[in-house]
Design a protein. Structure first.
Length: 285
């Protein structure tokens, strides 16, 4: 990038220009750099990751500029754990024929070593969880990569948590109920996350509220298999986006129940000290 000088200095001789700079009467003007990531490398790494997972290639589109700008704003606010990934549009579950109650089964994929548990597929078969719960939507996303901690009688917190200031703020402002550990992601209900915490995060990052949500169980599972097996190695749960039956929500990820494979459910108003969350930000391709 070429540096520019004030046009006024062009009226002076080289020696006079040196004098102007040394006196501070003239200065270099450096155009503002836009935030850039090695996007070609990111497309390449996502292409390779999906080839390993599926055993075949998928087309990975360019990284949206909005994603890069959001990631930059997050870093400027101290949120350094948002990781970019591409989720291609595809069904990861299928019925073995036509008609209701025919079992929904997961596809075969060489890199899908830990699939959601049988209970999950049974609920989709029964219609208690929508068919869309087995699909990816064809979007670039930012997902918080922070490992969830081991359960410690409710005293645990996500390690070096970038979201701790946000959690403390919404509790201090009484936008959600209090907690013995105000900075913790635990003891927060799905309803509080949906109505308050995630919209506050969207506002902080300068994006639309509907771009920030919780991961679906299938997204958590697939990204965990591909990049973050540690998400399934601790004794706490996390909230998922998926609706179960008339209004409950899916949860999962606890090591004692199957880790990445574990999917269960709970009431959206529950504020459990063993149930945390991670945000997912969507950028439609």
């Amino acid at each position: 990038m070429t540096e520019q000088t004030s046009p006024d200095v062009l009226r002076y001789s080289p020696d006079e220009v040196k004098g102007l700079f040394s006196s501070g009467k003239a200065r270099l003007i450096t155009p503002k750099k836009e935030f850039q990531e090695p996007t070609g490398d990111l497309v390449k790494s996502e292409t390779e990751a999906w080839r390993t997972f599926l055993g075949k290639d998928v087309d990975v589109p360019p990284v949206p500029q909005e994603l890069l700008e959001t990631q930059q704003r997050a870093q400027e606010k101290g949120i350094t754990t948002l990781e970019a990934h591409y989720l291609p549009a595809m069904k990861l579950g299928f019925r073995g024929g036509k008609g209701g109650k025919i079992p929904v089964k997961p596809i075969d994929a060489p890199g899908w070593t830990t699939k959601p548990n049988d209970w999950f597929w049974e609920q989709v078969t029964e219609g208690k969880v929508d068919d869309s719960a087995t699909s990816l939507d064809g979007n670039w996303v930012l997902i918080d990569k922070t490992p969830k901690p081991q359960y410690d009688n409710g005293r645990q917190s996500y390690e070096s948590d970038s979201l701790a200031p946000l959690m403390a703020r919404v509790r201090d402002e009484e936008k959600i109920k209090g907690s013995p550990t105000p900075t913790s992601r635990f003891s927060t209900s799905w309803n509080e996350l949906d109505k308050t915490v995630l919209p506050e995060l969207a506002h902080d990052l300068g994006i639309r509220d509907d771009q920030v949500r919780l991961p679906k169980a299938i997204e958590f599972n697939v990204l965990g298999n591909m990049h973050h097996k540690e998400w399934g190695e601790t004794t706490t749960w996390e909230w998922f986006e998926d609706k179960f039956e008339s209004g409950s929500r899916l949860i999962g990820g606890r090591s004692g129940d199957g880790g990445l494979a574990h999917v269960g459910w709970d009431q959206p108003g529950l504020r459990s000290d063993s149930l945390g969350f991670r945000p997912l930000i969507v950028f439609p391709s």
